[in-house]
Design a protein around this ligand. Structure first.
Ligand code: MN
Ligand code: ZN
Length: 503
């Protein structure tokens, strides 16, 4: 779908979207259309339940007195309802309501709304962004799809005063949407397509945007002493990889080290491209969805794409640990003891608690090599976080209140919300092992927390946050996120960067 911005002026054909506020108070463009139709539009509204509330809409076909195919009238609600997020939701609603437009083009007439905090250009920008986010589909493997089953919308035009300004603002948002789409693609792809090597190759595609990408194989990781990460992948026929992405859009200079203007920020992702559980094999039902266990790394790649795409003025490192967790004659056994890059020993109680093993080495490596301002890792780490929070929040764990607050706030701003969970000594004690420095599983109780404690043992005193994103697969459509891979994390972390870390 191509998105364009243009000056106001209702088209005479095709599909037009106009708006009304609470009490069906018609916007200026809607009033014009109503006059043209000899009052047919307001008659249609009176004949329906449409009241102009947010979330409401009414589609009128072949409006009398016009040559239009369809008019969609959408509710804006009260002036106070007109926020960035609500306008994105409205964009999603408009997309869903007009995607079958027969002639393929839809025009949205965005008027200035008195008392609203946003200008028409601002509203148009957010509507466009929401529509774009909603338009995502993963249908590349459906070879027999009929045209009629696919959205026919090709062009979305937003008309508003200050359209050039809206176009400029949208440019950056479009790049963020590109990042979100890449993450959704990576997460949607099955395990026979995305495995450590191909995931690394996907990261490599960011080089054309100016991202430096380095891929470490098993021999290099062995030299570095990454026994925790390597143990997880040793049962797989696919070679494990560690991918380091660097976007240097910020101040130049020696990057690593405290107080240096060029000191980078870092994002780390769990990239278990398929998680069978290993020898601690998972039950068969629903096993197919474990292709999403690389969602954390998918989000980090998508984030790097978004940041590089919009040329964010920040130095940022993205590191992803990519492994496949398979049962095999060479697979890690429950009870094995491995040594992580930090030198700490780990008793592997359960080979299905593998994500923390991968992240332990990825976090330690990132911290040691880049000495970043902070590290945020994303991981589909525990089912327990969904028991606690369902799909409505991701779990947030942090050793730093400021970082936690900034993340929480960014989440609220972009609709990727986080709920902070506790860390503490009593929980930390739960992962003490009788025969090694720690064990990788403490049992069912507090399962998400003890997983986070495990990670914390590998970050030293660097400000760090762990986001448990196990709920990243949506069962139903929401306004800006169609069912399937949500792309969670890209918008959140992009906003964190934008709010606090761009020079
Ligand atoms: Mn697992
Ligand atoms: Zn896993």
């Amino acid at each position: 779908m191509k998105i364009t911005f243009a000056k106001p002026g209702l088209p005479s054909t095709g599909v037009v979207v106009v708006s009304a506020g609470t009490g069906s108070k018609l916007s200026a463009s809607a009033v014009k259309l109503d006059k043209k139709s000899g009052g047919a539009l307001s008659r249609a509204i009176r004949a329906s339940n449409f009241e102009g509330k947010k979330g409401q809409s009414l589609n009128v076909m072949a409006l009398a007195g016009t040559k239009l195919d369809e008019v969609m009238i959408v509710g804006l609600g009260k002036a106070g309802d007109i926020t960035e997020l609500e306008m994105q939701h409205l964009g999603g609603l408009i997309y869903a309501g007009t995607k079958q437009a027969k002639k393929g083009s839809v025009t949205v007439a965005v008027d200035e709304i008195s008392d609203a905090k946003m200008t028409a250009a601002g509203i148009a920008t957010e509507i466009a962004y929401g529509a774009q986010l909603r338009s995502y589909r993963f249908d590349k493997y459906k070879t027999k799809q009929k045209a009629v089953d696919k959205p026919s919308i090709k062009f979305l035009t937003l008309q508003c005063a200050g359209f050039a300004n809206a176009r400029k603002r949208y440019a950056a948002l479009g790049k963020i949407a590109d990042g979100v789409f890449m993450t959704r693609d990576l997460v949607s792809e099955p395990g026979n397509v995305i495995y450590p090597d191909t995931l690394a190759k996907q990261a490599k595609t960011l080089e054309k945007l100016g991202v430096k990408v380095q891929v470490l194989g098993e021999a290099q990781m062995k030299k570095l002493g990454m026994g925790a990460l390597l143990g997880v992948g040793q049962g797989s026929a696919r070679e494990s990889k560690l991918v380091v992405m660097q976007w240097n859009g910020g101040p130049k200079g020696k990057g690593a080290g405290k107080g240096n203007a060029a000191q980078p920020i870092a994002f780390v992702g769990k990239g278990v491209t398929f998680d069978t559980g290993g020898i601690s094999l998972k039950p068969r039902d629903g096993l197919d969805i474990l292709k999403i266990d690389m969602g954390g790394s998918g989000a980090v790649i998508g984030l790097m794409k978004a940041l590089a795409g919009r040329k964010a003025q920040v130095n940022v490192v993205g590191v992803i640990g990519c492994v496949e967790n398979m049962p095999d004659g060479n697979a890690q056994r429950p009870g094995d003891i491995v040594t992580s890059m930090s030198g700490q020993t780990i008793e592997v109680i359960d080979t299905d608690a593998e994500g923390r093993l991968v992240l332990a080495d990825a976090l330690h490596y990132t911290n040691q090599r880049f000495k970043p301002k902070f590290m945020v890792n994303l991981a589909t780490l525990t089912g327990a976080i969904m028991v606690a929070l369902a799909h409505h929040n991701a779990g947030l764990f942090s050793n730093n209140d400021q970082l936690a607050e900034r993340l929480t706030q960014a989440g609220l701003e972009v609709d990727e919300t986080l709920w902070r969970m506790p860390l503490g000594e009593a929980y930390d004690k739960m992962i003490d092992s009788k025969i090694a420095d720690m064990k990788n599983l403490a049992g069912r109780l507090g399962g998400s927390i003890t997983a986070a404690q495990f990670l914390q043992r590998h970050v030293d005193n660097t400000p760090w946050a762990h986001i448990d994103i196990s709920g990243i697969w949506a069962e139903t459509d929401t306004p800006t996120v169609p069912e399937g891979a949500t792309g969670f994390g890209v918008r959140l972390l992009d906003r964190l960067v934008k709010n606090h870390y761009e020079s």
